[in-house]
Design a protein around this ligand. Structure first.
Ligand code: ADP
Length: 486
C-alpha cells in the first residue's frame, strides 16, 4: 500500500443501515469504501481487486462470515480482516481471531470504536508493507551484485544465495533455500569458515578470509580462484543469528600477480646480482687495493657507488611491493585499537626526527572506536607517512600525529610544516615511482613507491586517503579507516 493511494475498505454486512453508517464515516476519514450485502458478493469483489481492510459481519444469511474469513485468509493473506460480531458474546470473536481475523468490533459500536480499530489495522498493514518492501529491495540488490552472497541461519541452513554465488561455486541444483549449507557447498574450507563465524564469541568480531579454488564440473572450464569473506551477523544482544559469506572471483588478479612476482624475481636475480658485484669491485678500488686514488677519483667513485646502492634498494622495494600486493588480496583483519599503534609508531620514529632537528609529537587522543584492519598494514601506512613527513621537512620543523573519530571512520593524520606539495604534484604523488623533483627534494633519497603502497593498503581496507598541502607551509595526510561494525 503506497502513501499516495487511499486505503481501501470493503464492508460485508447484510444490514443496510450498518453498511451506510460505516461507509459514511470511513469515506469522511479519507478511505476508499466499497460494500457487499452478503459473503458471496463480498468474495466475488475480493477476487477482482485488492482491499487493504475487510469489515466482515459474522452472522449473515447464506455463507457465514466465519467461512468467508477462511477463504479470504487463504487467498489474500495481505488483506486485514476485522469481524463485526452481532452478539454481546465474545465466543464468535475468539473463533474468528483464531481463524486469522486481525480484530473485532461488537454491535452496537460507536463511530469512535470503528475509527480506533480501523486505524490500528491500517498501521499494521503499513508496517507489514514496509517490511515487505524492504525485503524486496534487499533481495533485488543482492541478486544484482556481481559478487556472490550467501546467508545462513544459526542452524547452518541457507537463507539466501544469489545467482553470482551459485555460479561461482558451480552449483546447478534445485533451490538451496532452507536446506543445510553442506548440500549447497562442498568446499571444506568454506564450510569451516561458516562454522568458525558462527562460533565467534560475543566480544569478538572478525572477518574470516580465505582463498578457495573451484574446478567447475557442471559447466567445465578453467579453474577459478575465489576470495571468500565470512562474518557472523548478530541480534541486539550480540548473539550470532547466522552468517554472511561473500565471494569474489580473483582468478585474473592472481594470474597477473603471479606474472608480476615472476618478473620481479627475474629482476632481482638478473639485476641485483650484477649491481652488487659492481659495488664490490668499486669498493676494492675505493679501498685502494688496486692502487692509490686521487681525491677527485675517490669523489667520483663514491658518487657512483651511492647511485648503485639506490638501485639496489629500489629493486628491494619493488620486491616488497609485489609481496605486499599479493598478500593484500586476502589478508586477515581483526578488531583493532589504533591508539597504541599510533603511539608506538610516533615513538619508533623519534630518533630519526631528532637527528634531523625536527620535532615529532603525538597529539592527545580522545576515545577511538576499534577498526577492522590488519595490524602490520596499519603500521606500514603510519611508518611511511611519518617517514615522509620527517624527510620532507627541514630542521626546526614540526611533525604532528593525531587521530579522531569521524562518523563511520577513524581518521588519523600526519601533519608537517615542511616543503609542501604543489596542487599539480598532489594529483600524482600516489602514482608508482612518481617523485617531486625540485631544489628542496633532490637531496632526499627515495623510490616513489611509499605512497602507492600506502594507498593500496587503505583501499584494501575500504578506506581513503586525503592530502592537504601548501608549498612552503606544510602537508597533512589524512587516512580514513572504517570502524568495525558489530
Ligand atoms: P618517496 O618518498 O620514496 O619519494 P613516496 O611515494 O612516499 O616516495 O612519495 C612520493 C613523493 O611525494 C615524494 O617524492 C615527495 O616529493 C612527495 N611527498 C610525500 N610526502 C610528503 C610530505 N609529507 N611533504 C612533502 N612532500 C611529500
Amino acid at each position: 500500500m503506497d502513501d499516495f493511494r487511499k486505503p481501501s475498505v470493503l464492508i460485508v454486512d447484510d444490514e443496510d443501515r450498518i453498511r451506510q453508517v460505516c461507509s459514511k464515516m470511513l469515506t469522511n476519514e479519507g478511505f476508499d469504501v466499497a460494500q457487499a450485502e452478503n459473503a458471496e458478493v463480498g468474495l466475488g469483489m475480493v477476487a477482482k481487486r485488492h482491499y487493504d481492510i475487510i469489515l466482515l459481519d459474522l452472522l449473515m444469511p447464506g455463507m457465514s462470515g466465519l467461512e468467508a474469513l477462511g477463504h479470504i485468509r487463504a487467498d489474500h493473506p495481505d488483506t486485514v480482516v476485522i469481524v463485526i460480531t452481532g452478539y454481546a458474546t465474545l465466543d464468535h470473536a475468539v473463533d474468528a481471531m483464531k481463524k486469522g481475523a486481525f480484530d473485532f468490533v461488537s454491535k452496537p459500536f460507536s463511530p469512535q470504536d470503528l475509527r480506533l480499530v480501523v486505524t490500528k489495522a491500517i498501521e499494521h498493514t503499513r508496517t507489514l508493507q514496509d517490511i515487505a518492501n524492504e525485503k524486496s529491495r534487499v533481495r533485488t540488490m543482492i541478486n544484482h551484485l556481481a559478487g556472490g552472497v550467501m546467508t545462513t541461519d544459526a542452524q547452518k541452513q541457507v537463507a539466501l544465495a544469489n545467482h553470482a554465488f551459485l555460479n561461482l561455486i558451480d552449483y546447478r541444483g534445485p533451490s538451496p533455500i532452507g536446506r543445510p549449507v553442506d548440500e549447497l557447498v562442498s568446499d571444506a574450507t568454506l564450510l569451516a569458515m561458516v562454522d568458525k563465524a558462527l562460533a565467534m564469541p560475543l566480544d569478538q568480531f572478525a572477518e574470516i578470509t580465505e582463498e578457495i579454488i573451484v574446478q567447475p564440473q557442471v559447466t567445465p572450464g578453467p579453474e577459478r580462484i575465489i576470495g571468500v569473506r565470512c562474518v557472523p551477523f548478530r541480534d541486539r544482544l550480540g548473539r550470532n543469528l547466522g552468517t554472511i559469506t561473500v565471494l569474489h572471483d580473483i582468478t585474473t588478479l592472481k594470474k597477473m600477480d603471479q606474472m608480476k612476482s615472476d618478473f620481479v624475481a627475474m629482476v632481482s636475480h638478473e639485476i641485483r646480482g650484477p649491481l652488487n658485484s659492481v659495488l664490490m669491485q668499486q669498493k676494492v678500488v675505493l679501498d685502494e687495493l688496486a692502487g692509490p686514488l686521487t681525491d677527485k677519483q675517490r669523489e667520483i667513485l663514491q658518487r657512483a657507488s651511492e647511485k648503485i646502492q639506490a638501485l639496489v634498494s629500489l629493486s628491494s622495494e619493488l620486491l616488497d611491493l609485489s609481496k605486499m600486493e599479493s598478500g593484500l588480496i586476502n589478508m586477515d583483519k581483526e578488531t583493532l585499537d589504533l591508539a597504541p599503534i599510533l603511539a608506538d609508531q610516533a615513538l619508533f620514529h623519534l630518533p630519526k626526527a631528532q637527528a634531523k632537528g625536527v620535532s615529532l609529537e603525538l597529539a592527545p587522543l580522545a576515545y577511538l572506536p576499534p577498526v577492522l584492519a590488519n595490524r602490520t598494514n596499519m603500521e606500514e601506512v603510519l611508518s611511511n607517512l611519518i617517514t615522509n613527513a620527517i624527510n620532507y621537512t627541514p630542521a626546526k620543523g614540526r611533525v604532528i600525529v593525531s587521530a579522531a573519530h569521524d562518523a563511520d571512520y577513524v581518521c588519523f593524520k600526519v601533519s608537517d610544516t615542511g616543503f609542501g606539495i604543489s596542487p599539480e604534484d598532489q594529483a600524482r604523488i600516489f602514482d608508482r615511482f612518481y617523485r617531486v623533483k625540485n631544489e628542496k627534494t633532490r637531496y632526499v633519497i627515495g623510490t616513489g613507491l611509499g605512497l602507492p603502497i600506502v594507498k593500496s593498503i587503505i583501499e584494501a581496507h575500504h578506506g581513503r586517503i586525503e592530502v592537504k598541502s601548501e608549498p612552503d607551509k606544510g602537508s597533512t595526510f589524512a587516512v580514513f579507516i572504517p570502524i568495525a561494525q558489530k
